[in-house]
Design a protein around this ligand. Structure first.
Ligand SMILES: Nc1ncnc2c1ncn2[C@@H]1O[C@H](COP(=O)(O)OP(=O)(O)OP(=O)(O)O)[C@@H](O)[C@H]1O
Length: 246
């Protein structure tokens, strides 16, 4: 992996408004290399907007935001080359096989990998070999995510962004997914995961940041005493449960 500024995700005092409504209001968040941060918060707290700002889809009004030292607001293409992004519903083509989908997604990122490399990544992502050449039409959400994660593994990017990756996954698929995330982390990737799944976050994240009204209201580290106190975390999480006016 290339030498990259650490932390690969660095957000300082970010403000962002839709019209006159402030959505991010002094957001500060760092995600170091080789770590997983879970971003939790009530509906409308600004989680998806944070991802949109990192991806360069939304421009901040103030503060600073950097992905591997690149401002995604000024140079979204360069920033996106440093990132893999898994949206809540991974957009893959039902009429293509797992291998063809991975090949296509990699081509979109300007990368070519041979079949053996793609198959290796699908295997590493936990997709059984019988599924590699099957059309995706019948794939479960968990299987689709494995294809998307395989692409992220092949791209070997320093930053992985995830939006609600475990929503709709059963407990076993969630555990498989979390194991995969730990493998991605072990490669030195900075992982930012937006989620409502506190249990999964407590299971896999190094840090959990609770977003309220566009800023981080609480941040707990995995090695702190709150790590396993999911009840206490849940009580905190409830604080941010208020939906903002759209
Ligand atoms: N494109 C947009 N134009 C105007 N307002 C928007 C837009 N996108 C989001 N908002 C508003 O910004 C606020 C934050 O939205 P955001 O989607 O970032 O919240 P969230 O924390 O991801 O919520 P959820 O948990 O419901 O997905 C909400 O009040 C939302 O209605």
């Amino acid at each position: 992996m290339q030498t990259i500024p650490d932390p690969p995700i660095s957000i300082q005092s970010l403000t962002l408004s839709y019209g006159r409504a402030p959505v991010l209001d002094g957001l500060t968040l760092q995600v170091p290399a080789g770590s997983i941060t879970a971003l939790l918060g009530g509906n409308g707290a600004g989680k998806s907007t944070t991802l949109a700002a990192l991806l360069g889809f939304e421009r901040a009004d103030g503060g600073t935001i950097a992905v591997c030292g690149i401002d995604p607001g000024s140079d979204p293409d360069a920033a996106r080359r440093q990132m893999a992004y898994l949206p809540e519903n991974v957009a893959l083509y039902d009429h293509l096989s797992a291998i063809e989908n991975a090949d296509y997604l990699l081509a979109l990122s300007g990368e070519r990998h041979d079949r053996a490399a793609i198959a290796g990544a699908l295997a590493a992502a936990g997709l059984q070999d019988q599924a590699w050449d099957r059309r995706l039409g019948g794939f479960s959400k968990g299987m689709r995510q494995k294809v998307a994660i395989a692409v992220a593994l092949l791209r070997a990017v320093p930053v992985l962004l995830l939006d609600e990756p475990t929503s709709g996954l059963d407990p076993r698929a969630t555990a498989d997914f979390n194991a995969l995330l730990l493998a991605v982390r072990a490669r030195g990737t900075a992982v930012l995961m937006v989620t409502h799944d506190l249990l999964s976050a407590a299971d896999v994240a190094d840090r959990i940041a609770f977003l309220e009204r566009g800023r981080v209201a609480h941040e707990v580290a995995a090695d702190g005493p709150d790590r396993f106190d999911v009840r206490a975390l849940h009580a905190r999480f409830q604080i941010g449960g208020e939906r903002r006016a759209a």
